[in-house]
Design a binder for this molecule. Structure first.
Ligand SMILES: Cc1cc2nc3c(=O)[nH]c(=O)nc-3n(C[C@H](O)[C@H](O)[C@H](O)COP(=O)(O)OP(=O)(O)OC[C@H]3O[C@@H](n4cnc5c(N)ncnc54)[C@H](O)[C@@H]3O)c2cc1C
Length: 414
């Protein structure tokens, strides 16, 4: 993979064991690139992004890939294409951080020192958290839209299915896009309904919480959607093991403690999720997070113990849903506050917990759930009633939002 012409070439000092950049961003995903682009637009000099991958993913499209509504290739670009001009791309992984010394250690053994650090390495999927899941994924009817290589398999399994049992699961704990585990169930059910086979398919949706969605306004709509398709919703329930060869999943009901073994023909499983190990076991993790996410002030996104460190995106321990939409609102706050620290000013920007989940409920219907830290609906399109399923919202998700992502958000605009 070549870097774009606008990238600074690797300097001799960077090939040695130690290098310094004024601002180091760890992760060149949604959050890292958005922040780096905004920093460059604001004229910040000497910004470096540590990112080992040559591919940048627009993950929200994976639901539509699994639902047969978009090709996987529409969800990716090369990392070089999205790296903002003038940013130093250090193409390797961070493996440690020493906030006292203000350094990040890398996989190749280099030390990168910084004046300011932005942590945005996303989260880690942990299929091993459910015994049997890692072995089962990708075989014998088991799939997950959370793994891009398996999202096309989801669609393959959905379109081949004419009868039997389909199980869709969500693990306990924070996951990225909390609506994605159920969206794919609705897309599948809608497809089966249109094909006239839904009556022959038992659809089971396994959700860990006490309600289908944290915000009651949207939860009520989803209850109607599930009812419409005849989906059996198991609340306060979780898949605790899977036997891929036997095609059996064990579901526990946390309310009663009952365990049930369900034979499935299709299993869409969302693996448990946690912070990357080097973060979870490192000095910047929030002791209050059982998943090892980074401690960050919910409003300023600054690390309370290390004012030169900011965190955003999936890796930050914030009491809101982990989405790209949340990142869009967090990035300007991080950039403004980080620049204030460089100028010795008090931090002025505040994040209110805004997040949004485009809940696809049918092949051309969507409910745009937008809310804040207080779980109050926070509509950004006040002239539209987004608490109802809408066709225009589906077109927004399929065509509008990806365009905005590639050409607006990742360019530091919008
Ligand atoms: C199936 C699915 C559906 C979704 N649907 C939606 C949706 O409809 N709407 C929405 O807003 N959001 C949705 N999301 C969530 C959204 O994609 C994420 O919240 C968002 O990508 C988070 O951005 P991030 O930068 O924190 O993490 P990521 O975008 O995952 O980026 C993390 C980056 O860090 C890099 N990295 C990892 N480890 C290291 C390391 N050690 N050193 C350096 N770099 C590292 C990775 O390679 C990656 O590039 C969905 C996600 C999934 C999986």
């Amino acid at each position: 993979m070549s870097t774009s012409a606008s990238q600074p070439v690797t300097r001799p000092a960077e090939r040695s064991g130690r290098v310094h950049h004024r601002i180091v961003v760890v992760g060149g995903g949604t959050a890292g690139i958005t922040v780096a682009a905004r920093l460059r637009r604001a004229g910040a000099p000497d910004v470096a992004v540590l990112e080992p991958s040559g591919t940048h993913w627009y993950q929200p499209l994976w639901t539509l890939v699994g639902g047969g509504q978009a090709p996987l290739r529409a969800s990716l670009r090369t990392e070089a294409e999205v790296m903002p001009s003038g940013v130093h791309w250090l193409r390797e992984a961070a493996v440690s951080v020493d906030p006292g010394a203000r350094t990040v250690g890398t996989a190749s053994g280099r030390t990168v020192s910084y004046d300011r650090l932005v942590l945005a390495p996303g989260l880690r999927l942990e299929p091993d958290g459910v015994p049997g899941l890692a072995q089962a994924l990708g075989h014998n009817g088991v799939t997950s839209n959370y793994l891009p290589e398996l999202a096309p398999l989801t669609w393959d399994l959905i379109r081949r299915m004419k009868s039997g049992t389909a199980v869709f699961t969500m693990p306990a704990g924070p996951v990225k896009c909390g609506g994605a585990p159920q969206k794919i169930a609705y897309l599948a059910a809608d497809h089966w309904r249109k094909r006239g086979v839904l009556d022959h398919i038992r659809v089971i949706l396994v959700l860990p919480e006490t309600a289908m969605f944290k915000v009651p306004e949207f939860g009520r709509v989803l209850e109607d959607v599930a009812r419409r398709y005849g989906i059996e919703v198991r609340l306060r329930s979780e898949m605790v093991s899977v036997d891929g060869a036997a095609r059996e999943a064990v579901i526990v009901n946390h309310a009663t403690g009952d365990k049930e073994t369900i034979s499935y023909d299709l299993l869409h499983a969302v693996p448990p999720q946690a912070a990357p190990e080097w973060i979870a076991g490192g000095p910047l993790a929030d002791p209050a997070s059982p998943f090892g996410y980074v401690k960050a002030d919910p409003a300023t996104l600054q690390h309370p113990d290390h004012p030169e460190v900011f965190a955003l995106g999936d890796v930050a321990n914030l009491p809101t849903s982990k989405t790209g939409a949340a990142v869009r609102k967090q990035a300007p706050v991080v950039v403004a506050n980080l620049r204030d620290t460089l100028r010795g000013r008090p931090l002025r920007a505040r994040y209110d917990g805004y997040t949004s989940c485009p809940l696809v409920t049918a092949r051309h219907k969507m409910l745009l759930a937008e809310f804040d830290y207080e779980l109050k609906p926070a509509p950004s399109l006040p002239f539209l009633d987004t608490t109802k399923e809408r066709t225009d919202m589906w077109f927004l998700k399929r065509y509008g939002l990806p365009q905005f992502y590639w050409h607006g958000m990742l360019k530091g605009l919008g």
